[in-house]
Design a binder for this molecule. Structure first.
Ligand code: CTP
Ligand code: CA
Length: 228
């Protein structure tokens, strides 16, 4: 009901959001993944839609309902996610990467289940690094020129501010958002810190939906500056 009266700050914009973990298969019955409920990304997709944007949500395996009016694309692995994001980014104007992408995947996916054997020794797995989806998009021509405004999230267990500031520059994004833990995983509440070229602003503890609405308002303000 409240959403109905909100100004449509993102009318005419196309917002692309990634959310949830990725799942990297080891064999047909096993894999590695990250902890992520997807709640923050789904809240951002909902808030962007409320603000009048066309919204595409590329989601890893999570059990959350699709926000009303949002186009959802389900993916499993980081490579699947990259493919969908690169495609959908072509006509997006805002990209918000909240996904907890697995940093590594098994070097090869075995087509048969690994069996225990008589030696009792565990198998040795080999990993390769996954592509950085956010950096790929942010450093593409549209990301680089600002035609596509890119926002990252930082998952840090220590030295949040220093790590997040370095990460913003390394990824080449104008805005990076840090989770102020501890333990936001799966929770409905969070606190955020927004880091841009001017410095740091804190969004105090609130529901993920309220924080998402504030983040969307900030993004709307940033992308409209050039239009005045
Ligand atoms: N990200 C991504 N693709 C990856 C890894 C991360 O798009 N392969 C995005 C995440 O969605 C997030 C941002 O990059 O928006 C930061 O993710 P994070 O895991 O904090 O950064 P990494 O660069 O992976 O660094 P590290 O995990 O070593 O701290
Ligand atoms: Ca990572």
């Amino acid at each position: 009901v409240i959403a109905f009266f909100q100004p449509k700050l993102l009318r005419g914009q196309h917002v692309l959001v990634t959310a949830g973990p990725t799942f990297e298969a080891i064999d047909p019955v096993r894999g590695i993944t990250n902890l992520s409920s997807g709640k923050m990304g789904f809240a951002i997709a909902r808030a962007a839609r409320e603000a009048g944007a066309d919204v595409t949500l590329v989601a890893g395996p999570v059990s959350l309902p699709t926000p009303r009016g949002v186009v959802r694309v389900n993916v499993k692995s980081a490579l699947n996610m990259l493919e969908e994001v690169v495609d959908k980014a072509q006509n997006a104007t805002v990209f918000v990467a909240t996904s907890a992408v697995a940093d590594w995947r098994p070097a090869s996916m075995l087509d048969r289940k690994i069996k225990k054997d008589a030696t009792g020794l565990p198998p040795t797995l080999h990993f390769v690094e996954n592509p950085d989806i956010l950096a790929t998009v942010a450093q593409s021509e549209r990301g680089h020129s600002g035609a596509l405004f890119c926002v990252g999230f930082a998952a840090e267990s220590h030295d949040l501010l220093a790590n997040a500031q370095a990460k913003r520059l390394r990824k080449g994004v104008p805005l990076l958002v840090g989770n102020i833990g501890p333990d936001t995983f799966g929770q409905d509440d969070n606190a955020l810190v927004l880091i841009d070229e001017t410095g740091v602003r804190e969004l105090s503890r609130d529901s993920k939906l309220s924080l998402a609405r504030k983040l969307i308002a900030t993004i709307a303000q940033k992308i409209s500056v050039g239009d005045q």
